[in-house]
Write a protein of this length. Sequence first.
Length: 226
Amino acid sequence: MLQVTDLVCGYGDIIAVHGISLSLGQGQTMALVGPNGAGKTSFLMALAGHIRPQSGHITLDGRDINNLGASQRCEKGIGLVPEGRRIFPDLSVMENLIVGGYSRPQRDQTASLARVFDIFPRMHDRQKQLAGSLSGGEQQMLAFGRAMMSQPRLMLVDELSLGLMPSVVDECYAALEKLVTAGIAVILVDQNSDAALDFCSSAIILESGHMSWSGVATDAPASLTH
């Protein structure tokens, strides 16, 4: 479904990602592991369309999407749960979710809302509440729900557990498991590399923007993941 070939991207003259290649199929999971500054977020932003590649190719279902913007990639099936959640604090929970589903017809939005509320019942209970008044864990759930509203086939999750209580982290991983069971592919970044590697079937380890290792997640060398 997703094919990345020799991707190079960055910010101006600064190269953050140097020639990364990978492939991911329907329902497959991949952990992106490495220290701060390794290029993990930059890579996800390039996949989501927020950073234009300087060279290399990204294809989705065999079609080159390099020149598509973030909104177009969302329509093609790429969802993003960004680091720091980036919800709209002055909008209600329901309004945040509706924003996430703007690219879909009304009937799809209705189905997506039902799915979000099934996976995150607290979002149903707080749908009229301002998003900025939610706890950190609830805001992460909302960020997940907002991404789900576009009915993605590929979910990019950046720093899943950052600042969250362990019980909330468990709830988010349980939600991801349900999405994978439904056939959604996931590329996951988490400061808790052990949790990411336990969840995902494959992994890539980045160092200074370079891919230093890739393979089956359970085989990832501990010396490079901590």
